[in-house]
Design a protein around this ligand. Structure first.
Ligand code: NOJ
Length: 738
């Protein structure tokens, strides 16, 4: 529709119709035959508000979305189509590894393709918007939503944020999905890693480390932003004018739609920020939150605010305009189904090509953390016992794959069977995922929803014994262990980050057999593997690996693929280190450089400072040598660029992909800078014994930081450049910026 017509439409709407566009309700409001009855009462909004609501949350499927759209449009004075928005976070039906695994690929181009495929599946199925990517910086593994993040580094996260947005939106307006980047802002820094908690940090820290990934998503064209649940320095984000208006809209020129997180407007009252829902609605709307996701606030309060003269109606008009514009840009007025159909679903969803890409992503996401005596890859002629609760488990998708097809998941056993015949493969679960039922009960789940839990001591003992007997028959034990799906993701914060007790006990028993053990770790976060590590010969961090997880794992374990995943979030040594990240400040008394006597340094007295596995770390089956680090010049003019180069040599007889990482340290600055910050990386594929030179162009932008005035600045002086295989790299070259 032409923009002038859209304006006319806006001007012809009643205040109720306008407010309707600013309300989002979930599927339950639409699945009843008569949409006016039932659950809306729980929310406490009127039948009219439900009927006028402009967008739907988490309903998918061409048939269902068409049914709802048809019923909705029927008899409407102004038939403005509904817009369907869903959580399609890392795959729609074909599920990729969790984003922490996507981060470990260090391959934003590949992930762009994955998100494009995801958008295509979801578009066919009647969705127009996804609440993705989630780009929160995650440095505290206690936070369950680390699962949804690409990790701890602003630069790496920004690269992924941009690629995900581009992938989702690249076929717009006709195909693909609108990307709603979330959770703006700094949600990853919730205190103590506890979900929905407060964040508090200086503006300087916010700008330098926490905002860049959202900015990258907005710069890549994300058409929507979700405001986060947390307070930031005492002000809840959903009512935070400074963040939403001054930074997001004015500084960053964002003119798309802002949606609140689920019920976050009403929660402004619970935060102690607004005295009631009416004040909450005013604060949120004035902060330019356009859509109220699943709270009664806008539905009940906006009209009284206007009629009582407390809110200028033009503010509502502005919000409605942004929503109408989004619908119009997507062509919904011309085709409210936007081309989706059941035929298209059959054609586009879970095609062999899409599954193949998912397998590739899953393979690249896996991180080989340990490989003592080159235990891996396994020889197909060896006898293998595949033990553990994830041995033949379909639940490999992780908590936020809400629309994923679990039945279509390739299990680890399925994957192994492609390499081993029944004479060489023995399997036994040995135990369930968890023993502790109280986690489920505290989440309000009933006994039917409690699965993968040890049902009795007797059964547990029998399962353990069976596993031991099975393991005895084999040369090598592969232990497929991990967290339960409900232990990570939203509201999955944990205080203990080890594998479940029952799995640890089984591992202890298995280790007494004195056979090599390979640990496959399924998890939604970095777990603490400190006590497990000495008991096993090899560790593969597989995350929740997605639909093709079993195939990807088998290809790695049997050597068809050479692992190339590198951690994008540190694996702590102990919970007491959290939050932990490589780009720390040196402090006045760094253990690495201090000349003070041993006690009076910045350290713990009972655990090391360093994580068990650092950011950027990951092994392959090849040894790669880094040599000859050099700079094109030791002096750099502000207006110039400089080239840093290194030679990388594959010392093995198999092809390998090395993630060459470049870090910079600004040695002295008016606001102190981290000991190292990632500024570039390159995935380099090397043939056996091949050497390649990798060059990085160093420019002024890479050397900038937020100064005391919270503006980007560059200061002359000395910089160190580190190039190597992970953030522990020690070799550096120095140049002087004039
Ligand atoms: C709450 C979550 O925080 C957010 O990530 C999600 O998009 C919404 N619920 C909608 O399901």
């Amino acid at each position: 529709m032409e923009e002038s017509k859209l304006r006319e439409l806006l001007n012809s709407l009643s205040i109720e119709e306008k407010i309707g566009q600013l309300i989002q309700l979930s599927g339950e409001f639409f699945s009843a035959k008569d949409i006016s009855v039932g659950p809306q009462k729980k929310l406490g909004i009127t039948k009219d508000a439900v009927e006028l609501c402009g967008s739907v949350l988490n309903v998918v499927g061409a048939k269902e979305t068409h049914r709802i759209q048809d019923a909705y449009l029927k008899g409407k004075k102004h038939p403005i189509p509904l817009i369907f928005m869903s959580d399609i976070v890392y795959g729609f039906r074909t599920i990729y590894p969790i984003p922490l695994g996507l981060g470990a690929t260090w391959n934003p181009d590949l992930i762009q393709k994955a998100y494009r495929n995801t958008a295509e599946e979801a578009y066919a199925s009647g969705n127009q918007v996804t609440f993705a990517p989630m780009v929160d910086l995650a440095r505290d593994a206690r936070w369950g939503r680390s699962l949804e993040s690409t990790g701890e580094d602003p630069y790496l996260n920004s690269r992924f944020a941009a690629s995900m947005v581009k992938g989702l939106q690249e076929d717009l307006p006709k195909y693909g999905l609108v990307s709603c980047v979330k959770h703006f802002a700094a949600y990853g820094a919730v205190e103590s890693g506890r979900e929905y908690n407060a964040t508090d940090m200086s503006e300087n820290r916010l700008r330098q480390y926490y905002l860049p990934s959202y900015k990258a998503a907005v710069d890549a064209g994300a058409k929507m932003v979700m405001s986060s649940f947390n307070t930031l320095n005492g002000v809840p984000v959903t009512g935070n004018k400074w963040l939403l208006k001054d930074i997001l809209r004015k500084e960053w020129n964002f003119d798309g739609v802002i949606i609140s997180d689920y019920a976050a407007i009403a929660e402004l009252v619970a935060h102690g920020f607004a005295k009631d829902n009416q004040e909450a609605s005013k604060l949120a709307l004035e902060a330019t939150v356009d859509i109220d996701m699943k709270s009664p606030c806008y539905a009940n309060e906006l009209k009284p605010l206007v009629t009582e003269g407390k809110l200028d109606e033009s503010k509502i008009d502005n919000a409605v305009w942004r929503v109408l514009k989004l619908k119009n840009d997507l062509g919904l007025f011309e085709d409210p189904y936007r081309g989706s159909s059941e035929e298209l679903e059959k054609k586009l969803i879970m095609t062999p090509e899409k599954r193949e890409l998912a397998k590739k992503v899953s393979t690249e996401a896996m991180v080989l953390l340990k490989n003592e005596n080159n235990m891996l890859p396994l020889d197909k002629n060896k006898k293998v016992a595949l033990i553990g609760p994830y041995e033949n488990e379909h639940e490999l998708l992780g908590l936020w794959a809400v629309h994923g097809d679990r039945k279509a998941t390739v299990t680890i056993e399925d994957g192994f069977k492609k390499y081993l015949n029944s004479d060489n493969l023995f399997t036994s679960k040995g135990t369930d995922i968890l023993r502790n039922k109280s986690i489920f009960r505290s989440m309000g789940l009933n006994s039917e929803q409690i699965d993968h839990v040890v049902s009795s001591k007797e059964i547990e003992e029998k399962n353990n014994e069976d596993a031991i007997e099975t393991a005895r028959k084999a040369d090598i034990i592969v232990f497929a262990a991990g967290e339960h799906t409900i232990e990570s993701g939203e509201a999955g914060s944990r205080g203990n980050l080890t594998l479940p007790d029952n799995q640890l006990e089984l591992l202890d028993k298995l280790s007494k057999l004195n056979k090599p053990i390979i640990l496959i770790c399924i998890s939604g976060r970095p777990l603490i593997l400190t006590d497990v590590e000495p008991k096993v010969s090899a560790i593969i961090e597989a995350w929740f690996p997605g639909t093709e997880g079993g195939n990807a794992l088998a290809d790695i374990i049997f050597g068809k693929s050479n692992p190339s995943g590198r951690l994008s979030m540190s694996f702590p040594y102990a919970v007491g280190q959290l939050p932990i990240y490589y780009s720390q400040f040196s402090t006045g008394r760094s253990v690495k450089t201090s000349t003070h006597s041993s006690r009076f340094m910045s350290k713990y007295i009972d655990i090391p400072n360093d994580p068990l596995y650092s950011f950027g770390y990951g092994l392959s089956y090849s040894k790669v040598k880094y040599s000859n680090l050099r700079l094109s010049s030791k002096e750099l003019e502000m207006t110039d660029n400089l080239i840093a180069s290194i030679d990388v040599t594959n010392m093995s007889d198999r092809n390998t992909t090395e993630v060459v990482q470049m870090y910079i340290q600004d040695k002295f600055a008016s606001v102190v800078q981290p000991v190292k910050s990632l500024k570039g990386f390159e995935r380099v594929t090397l043939n056996p014994n091949e050497t390649k030179t990798v060059n990085f162009e160093i420019n002024k932008k890479m050397l900038s930081f937020y100064g005391l005035d919270n503006k980007l600045t560059v200061e002359p002086g000395e910089f160190n450049i580190f190039i190597g295989p992970n953030s522990d790299v020690e070799d550096f070259a120095t140049f002087n910026l004039k």
